[in-house]
Design a protein around this ligand. Structure first.
Ligand SMILES: NC(=O)c1ccc[n+]([C@@H]2O[C@H](COP(=O)([O-])OP(=O)(O)OC[C@H]3O[C@@H](n4cnc5c(N)ncnc54)[C@H](O)[C@@H]3O)[C@@H](O)[C@H]2O)c1
Length: 392
């Protein structure tokens, strides 16, 4: 990379390319303006630009992925980078992302966007999933998904075993200590992981919480046990407070934290039970209070992304994710697939100096579904002329 080149995500996509993005054939002469060797949109047909993102839903065969073009248009990790533009430049920043165990979830997508912007990536992986994740990583199973917009592979500097429901070794009950899925791993409570990161790297700049767990998620709230409810809150809400509490002392001022929430916190989503809706409501409320506390004391920003439905491993365990994806396609203002990368790019923005005045916010990345008060696919609207995006 040239010394003066700006890496990572470059906010420089032309209006034409974004708005007419679904049909690449219409775009062949539009320039993205990468310095002297200007690329046309047609260049983005190249599989290397479109291969790494898996569609969450294969309902239509769009000729090219919308977000890949935009990302490529934003990317400038080569010598043809323009001097103008608005870069998401996270070079020299270090991120710890808690909650990655495969390449399907939001944590992975966030890691990729942060890496594309130049950040160093550390990962915290749930202990029971650690072995399979590390083995898959080592064997190259994720290599295709590791490809960044500039063609390089995302590097993970270190993977830490983590169980975010335990703050310190004294909290760990005997049955977990002796569980064979925990054998072979050590120092995985939150305090110990923060301490290990401090010893290995000194400081971090970005903390991402991309984890949730609700053992009774398939039970309606009114049938949820106290134990199940508290477990959901512990794993999905308090875990963020705990991570923030223990990582704050090693976070550089000006840093940012991001968690992932879901609209079920504020609107009724039947099927998202077991206290998970309550856990997300707590997470969003805590985002505000923690933004105040971390902002005043440490100059750290605290935001949460309310993401639309994605067919991740965790979401599939709930059982109705395909229904939610289809519902969104039918009812959201933007009738298009939602890509994990779109959440990743928002996280990169929120972590960057471009978002230096944003804290305590819940940012929706859901094709606008949160703004709807009715489901327009209801038979009740049968007689109404509802505009449809037939191109997606
Ligand atoms: N998938 C969706 O539709 C959707 C929508 C909105 C918000 N979210 C949120 O996004 C975040 C990431 O979830 P995802 O859907 O990408 O699924 P995912 O399966 O990729 O991520 C969940 C991760 O949490 C980890 N985890 C569970 N318990 C843990 C613990 N005690 N300690 C450490 N790690 C633990 C799992 O191993 C997994 O890696 C979650 O907060 C989820 O609620 C997901």
């Amino acid at each position: 990379m040239a010394a003066n080149a700006t890496p990572g995500l470059q906010i420089r996509a032309t209006k034409q390319c974004i708005s007419a993005s679904h049909d690449i054939s219409k775009l062949s002469n539009i320039s993205f303006g990468f310095g002297s060797k200007r690329k046309s949109c047609k260049d983005f047909r190249s599989p290397s630009y479109i291969s790494h993102t898996k569609p969450i839903h294969s309902f239509k065969s769009a000729p090219i992925k919308f977000e890949r073009m935009v990302t490529k248009a934003m990317s400038g990790a080569n010598e043809q980078v323009p001097v103008s533009g608005l870069p998401i430049d996270l070079r020299g920043k270090r991120a710890f992302i808690a909650g990655i165990a495969d390449d399907n979830g939001y944590g992975w997508a966030i890691a990729k966007s942060l890496a594309a912007a130049g950040a160093e990536i550390l990962v915290g992986t749930w202990v029971p999933a650690l072995n399979i994740f590390e083995t898959s990583l080592r064997r190259g199973k994720f290599d295709e998904s590791r490809v960044l917009p500039d063609g390089s592979l995302m590097e993970i500097a270190k993977v830490y075993p983590l169980d975010a429901v335990f703050d310190c070794p004294e909290d760990v009950p005997e049955d977990v200590k002796t569980n064979k899925r925990y054998a072979g791993s050590s120092k995985w409570t939150v305090t110990e992981v923060a301490e290990s990161v401090k010893q290995d790297f000194g400081t971090i700049d970005i903390l991402v919480h991309s984890l949730a767990n609700g053992p009774e998620v398939i039970k309606p709230l009114s049938e949820t046990s106290r134990k199940g409810y508290l477990a959901a809150i512990s794993a999905s809400s308090y875990s963020f407070i705990s991570l923030l509490k223990h990582f704050l002392p090693i976070m550089n001022p000006g840093g940012a934290t991001i968690s992932l929430t879901y609209i079920a916190s504020e609107r009724i989503i039947p099927g998202y039970g077991g206290g998970m809706s309550s856990a997300k409501a707590a997470l969003e409320s805590d985002t505000k209070v923690l933004a105040f506390e971390a902002g005043r004391k440490h100059k750290i920003r605290v935001n949460t992304i309310s993401a639309g439905p994605l067919g991740s491993r965790a979401a599939k365990a709930i059982g109705f994710i395909d229904m939610m994806i289809n519902y969104s396609l039918e009812n959201a203002p933007l009738q298009k697939e939602l890509y994990a990368e779109e959440v990743g790019n928002t996280a990169a923005f929120l972590a960057s100096p471009l978002a230096s005045a944003i804290t305590g916010a819940t940012v929706y990345v859901d094709n606008g579904l949160n703004a709807m008060a009715v489901g327009v696919d209801s038979p009740a609207f049968a007689g109404l002329d509802i505009p449809k995006d037939n191109k997606s």
